[in-house]
Design a binder for this molecule. Structure first.
Ligand SMILES: Cc1ncc(COP(=O)(O)O)c(C=O)c1O
Length: 394
């Protein structure tokens, strides 16, 4: 089948449900930190497919293990055993804490599993309420859209699930006010991503941990975006030094293959019984094989790179802020960085694309940068010089 650019765009209009506001680019190849479009133009990828291709596109080491496994076996039902799942779970637990895992396919599903687990735990004692946060994002299923503390994702899908309450982020008093004798868990992103790259304060997370200990609540960290090296530590909870009871992860765990993981503290190992939860594709052999290699590749050297380049990036953006009054704020941790402008910035993203850089906008006015963890300070210099050039026009 032969496609022209125009054809491709109109086929999307013709064949797909109207859920995405796409930029008119057709990508055909990825290599490390670069993407190539159908016309051979190269783009520096500071978006990573939304924090997914953290180790770069078509990473050679990942390709080797993927090819090797794809010649043997792709999928089996979870009614049987496979060593790829053991290797991944074992390594993940070694790098976190004594826990059990459940494999699914996405971030929403990893959260769905956590929500079901805490509900099951609370069921026999009459507890089911979960406190989440305003401005949060936890996914697009009905349960996770309910957990998401933003009306724009909920409107039109009512009635939502019962039992969710929304507290103010970084405000422990507002959390305390919402706790009742039906509360079973507190769930949050350590750094709100979609909400505009808003880091939790360390003290706030410590207070949440204390509160959960005191009231016997389960603390869930949604690390779907913050996990896997993004902050300069393997997980944001390690950056903050506050341990949750459950971590949910997805996105970059298999560097682009679908996989969601719910990691549950050993204390809650017996909450689920046979048949309580399941997934046909969850723990797919190819995804797990790649995911184990991904974990091995996120080593101390790479995490150090994230810290150094992340700090450098932030400092360069702070310099830009001094130059342009319309830059309201610059914030982030490691290579999860946001720049808030005083006006909507989709046009800035479009201009960056013209100049060969992929970035993202969230909450209308926040430029979001989620580059692969392998970038260097020269990549940062390039991006900052392009932004500087674009900003001169405003
Ligand atoms: C923090 C967080 N949780 C959950 C999700 C949902 O993940 P998925 O799109 O894989 O379902 C996202 C996606 O952006 C996210 O950023």
């Amino acid at each position: 089948m032969n496609f022209s650019d125009k054809n491709i765009f109109s086929y999307y209009d013709q064949y797909f449900l109207n859920t995405y506001n796409r930029f008119h680019i057709i990508f055909v190849k990825g290599e490390g930190k670069y993407l190539y479009d159908i016309n051979g133009k190269r783009y520096l990828d500071f978006f990573c497919g939304l924090s997914v291709s953290n180790l770069g596109h078509c990473n050679k080491k990942l390709l080797t293990v993927l090819k090797r496994q794809s010649n043997k076996l792709w999928h089996i039902s979870n009614f049987y055993y496979h060593t790829a799942q053991i290797e991944l779970a074992k390594l993940l637990i070694k790098k976190t804490f004594p826990a059990r895992v459940f494999f699914s396919n996405s971030g929403a599903e990893a959260n769905e599993c956590a929500i079901k687990l805490v509900r099951k735990y609370g069921n026999s004692i009459g507890k089911y309420e979960i406190i989440t946060f305003k401005n949060s994002f936890h996914g697009r299923t009905i349960a996770t859209v309910t957990a998401t503390g933003q009306q724009k994702f909920q409107t039109g899908f009512e009635p939502l699930l019962e039992g969710f309450k929304y507290a103010e982020f970084n405000n422990i008093t507002s959390v305390k006010k919402l706790i009742s004798n039906r509360t079973v868990a507190i769930m949050l992103e350590p750094i709100q991503g979609e909400g505009g790259v808003i880091p939790a304060e360390k003290k706030f997370l410590e207070q949440l941990r204390d509160l959960c200990n005191q009231k016997k609540l389960i603390l869930i960290f949604d690390e779907v975006q913050t996990g896997y090296g993004r902050t300069g530590e393997l997980f944001a909870y390690q950056y903050y030094k506050v341990k949750p009871d459950i971590i949910t992860m997805a996105k970059s765990v298999a560097n682009g293959l679908p996989l969601g993981i719910t990691l549950v503290d050993e204390k809650y190992a017996s909450v689920f019984n046979f048949g309580d939860h399941g997934s046909t594709f969850g723990g797919n052999i190819l995804s797990c094989t790649v995911a184990t290699e991904v974990l091995k590749l996120i080593d101390t050297k790479l995490l150090k790179n994230v810290k150094i380049v992340g700090e450098y990036f932030l400092s360069r953006l702070v310099s830009l802020k001094k130059k342009y009054k319309f830059i309201k704020d610059v914030r982030g941790v490691g290579l999860m960085v946001g720049m808030e402008l005083t006006f909507p910035c989709r046009e800035v993203v479009q201009k960056c694309l013209q100049k060969g850089i992929l970035i993202n906008v969230t909450q209308d006015k926040v430029l979001r940068f989620l580059p692969p963890l392998i970038i260097t300070t020269s990549d940062v210099d390039f991006v900052v010089s392009v932004l500087d050039e674009i900003f001169k026009e405003y």
